[in-house]
Design a binder for this molecule. Sequence first.
Ligand code: C2O
Ligand code: CU
Length: 512
Amino acid sequence: MRTAIKLVIALGTVVVLTVGGFAAYIAWSFAQSSIDTVGKVDFDRPLVIPPLAESTVDPSGVRTFDLTMQAGESDLGRGAPTPTWGFNGSFLGPTLRATRGEQVRVNVTSRLGETSTVHWHGMHLPASMDGGPRQPIQPGGRWSPHWTIDQPAATLWYHPHPHGETAKHVYRGLAGMFLLDDANDVALPKTYGVDDFPIMVQDKAFDGNQLDESHGLFQSTGILGDTVLVNGTPGAFLQATTERVRLRVLNGSNARVYRFHFDDNRRYAVVASDGGLLPRPVLTDELLLSPGERAEIVVDVRPGDRTVLQSAPPTGDGNRFTGGSDRLDILELRGATTLAPSPPLPSELAPAPDLADDVIGATRSISLSGTRTNFGKMDMGRVDIVSTLDTTESWTVTNADGQVHNFHIHDVQFQVIRYAGGPPPAVLAGWKDTVLIPNGASVELRMRFTDFADTQSPYMFHCHLLRHEDEGLMGQFVVARPGETADRIEVSDHADHGAGAAAEKRTTRHTH
Ligand code: C2O
Ligand code: CU
């Protein structure tokens, strides 16, 4: 009898402790989950500007870059060095730069201990050069993609894309910018590191001096950090020496959406989006950028200026577990006491995207929910969409679960036709490759598939919240010549783990 009572008491205690512990955990997570660093950042480090990558041009005109993926240690402001990964250094990578019409080659060498890839985000190029999960680079291996730059001037970027491991590889520091120039000589600030700056924004969480790669139980979006690095610099300030500066802002974060504004609410001009210049500058005092998106902004600077680039709660839902209620200090912009003159802002910038009146070759619906699309979870062996070369398609992408999702497609830049039931906002009036899909809403995109057909090599489309992508919110499409289809791409065990694209076999069927 006594034993039974003791047992009941003991069991009751376990239940109480368990329930109580879980409640405490929820309360703790809730308290941890809202981040506010406004006014708490000492901007005491000059913004690091990634070097322009060296390159050589051979007699046939091919411009060759060398990138080495390596592990190292970086000063991220933690007192002790932080173990990180980088290209040609310990963290991030040099800025690649090339001009429209140029042939480029990049020799990528890996000194990492695990298989990775390098993807050229925003680039129009053959699928076999794209650097998605089908072009793995083994530890100690080398991959040398080459292609011809054939798209308007733009701020692109590069980062790893290994199947299921992208979040980790990017988070540890593998990312860099890839700037494209063309002959369209618009009078914008354009001297790299003088009045034209890369601004790669990434949030990090730390455990002591180590990058914290864990995420809370309720943080389905993945890692959200309370330290914002710009080009790898914590607490960065940028000293402007000209009347206007051009900031090429890249959201290189794993999961965080930013609503960029200055602390004095000054207006600035958005002049370019992912795929290049907008038709005309858009004056605004705030700008939303989801992971993977870029925007170039031109900011007026006054002598002796001090203003802080910040992020306000981005998504309006105030969801504490997706960063929806976070406020962040990002970068201090300082004006020198005397400023060199800058050109006035042009009123016209570039031709607007022109796909709205095209004949539509195919209409597709894609829904994003949890960690899968309507085609299911990402399957390396499954081709979800076969698009036909030289046709324009209409893709309607729906955020079906009200979580934070965006949508990125490889190879093409798209035109936003409808955005959440209305015409696209002016900042989405240019070419885009990544777009935020608002909670529960649909976005209609149009894109034209040109130049490269290859039923053996799929391109990817996916949510660019990297944890969602890794867990399966990704699909594959191929561009085929008229009459060609491709339904399965066989993947050996080997290739499934990213080991060898050569081990792939394909099933292609010709229809007549
Ligand atoms: Cu920036 Cu498929 O990636
Ligand atoms: Cu998502």
